[in-house]
Design a protein. Sequence first.
Length: 625
Amino acid sequence: MGIGAVVFLTYYKKWGSLWSYMKTTHHSKVGILYLSAGFAFFLRAGLDALIIRVQLALPQNEFWVFQGDKYNQMMTTHGTTMIFFVAMPLLIGLMNVAVPLQIGTRDLAFPFLNALSFWLFLAGGALINISFVLGGSPTAGWTSYAPLALDEFTPATGNDYYSLGLQVSGIGTLLTAINFLVTIINKRAPGMKLMRMPMFTWATLVTSILILFAFPALTVALLLLMFDRLYGTSLLAADAGNSLIWQHLFWIFGHPEVYILILPAFGIFSDVITTFAKKRLFGYSSMVIALVLIGFLGFMVWIHHMFTVGLGPTSNAIFAISTMSIAVPTGIKIFNWLFTLRGGVITFNTPMLFSLGFIPSFVIGGITGVMLATVPADYQYHDSYFVVGHFHYVIVGGTVLGIFAGVYYWWPKLFGFMLNDVLGKWHFWTFLIGFHLTFFPMHIMGLKGMPRRVFTYLPEDGLTGLNFTSTIGAFLMGGSMMIFLWNVYQSYRHSPRGVGNDPWEDGRTIEWAIPSPPPEYNFARTPKVYSNDAWWQAKKYQNGRLEAAEKLTSIRMPRDTAKPMLIGLFMLIGSFGVIVEVWYFQLIGLLGTIGLMVLHSFQDSSRKIVTPKTHPDEKIGGEEQ
Ligand code: HEM
Ligand SMILES: [Cu+2]
């Protein structure tokens, strides 16, 4: 793939534009970086999934080398990559693309930091992928439970890469959260009160708060793991330390994490559904309250991952009830989406199909979630394929469908041309059918007793047909991704350009008032916002123009710089040095990182002045009209 990229870049003379992306600090370019890197990791982790599914297709199968330890490597890489290097960066990419436009600002509050976040995420992802080549990937599952993950039981270096790779990318994620928090609180267009924000922006705000509180727990857990593995402490060991510390810290992070993955998708569905049902969101304020409530309850339920550990009936009962209570705000959201659809004039295009496909898929995932929260039943389901079925229903049926809905929806805003709708529909249907075919049988396998994280089973277990079906479904999903890639290529070649400011024609929020793709400063003149769905209102009552809040004047934009990329590189070298215990790598990494930060602190005010021009597509008027 690397060689292919080099050939492509040379042939199309794209090295220059690659370099412009490598030193960009601009939110939409950073967004494109996140989307491309996340998608590349998606292909990698998807390939892992297919290998896993081939190995499991038949009983006592011996596909290539993927049994035992190699299977554990595949399974761990798949899960870890999907969560940290696919789902999160793709969502963060969409936030970068859409949120500044939705709130009418020129960029994030800290553009340099934003670029740095991306490079730290990529450095962490690269680190985990290096492990595959040098001595084997991590093997202890994406949850990396200690003491299993300690030297005593997994002496190979794989799990060192896990602790360092997630640490580096986790710092990037934390910085992103702070950045979005400050941006959304501080940089909204005049008149855009909190209760006038689009739902995706709301979801990003709540998600950022969740990251801010959840990721430090992961930071601490990974630090302990690193100390135990590399410096000979035994904090997480079963005898000298306490083996429950990891589980608590991991799930205090890990449960909110699944809401970090689903809330932004909820935001996307709200925006897409209101747009293509051509109605305002039913129960906007209850949607916001539900979002905040889900975020809050997300922190109160981590013990439901530890029902079988033996913490006692009282704690189990409390956490079972708090878990089930999350179904209430989630149900409110589902019903509000349905009421929004009711009586709407619905356009069935690709982003809308992904949103409609989400509703029943996610409801099934929700129901199995409540089943898992029932303590006595969980003793049966725990660590079985039922769990694997459940979380794929919520993550794929929720987050991944949301990501595709968002990608199709904002694509024309980002690039100025539409993705092909016919190919999009093929992509959707093959994906959705493949998805149910893959993951529904897993619930039954689980109920029949197939444990999670095993590489084979016996013919007499009665699991062959189910596993085989699941493998067929997985390949259908793999095929649907090829349709998506083909769609991107075809649309890039053939889709008409110049789609105008509001290519869907039904846009409601203010990102649809400016040209597609937007100029680097987004809004030549920041608009004034008087209501929810401000752009829709403008089309209806204000001759299709938002009122300008300022005159056309020159603006200061952040300059491009390669420093964030270099800091990422030095962090990569330094943490690699920690893993292979080579002191001069560590020193180079440390000095390089600190040196660049010091350098940057002297140059912070280097901004360039841009003179904006109004564009014929821009629908922001005012006194100068
Ligand atoms: C083509 C689609 C996919 C297929 C066929 C697939 C298949 C699988 C299978 C068979 C396992 C179980 C491994 C085992 O227990 O031995 C697994 C685990 C897992 N998958 Fe997927 N998966 C897919 C997509 C995704 C996506 C999109 C995500 C998240 C964004 C994801 C997250 C996970 C996680 C977190 C695990 C748990 C790994 C662990 O137990 O440590 N998967 N997947
Ligand atoms: Cu949980």
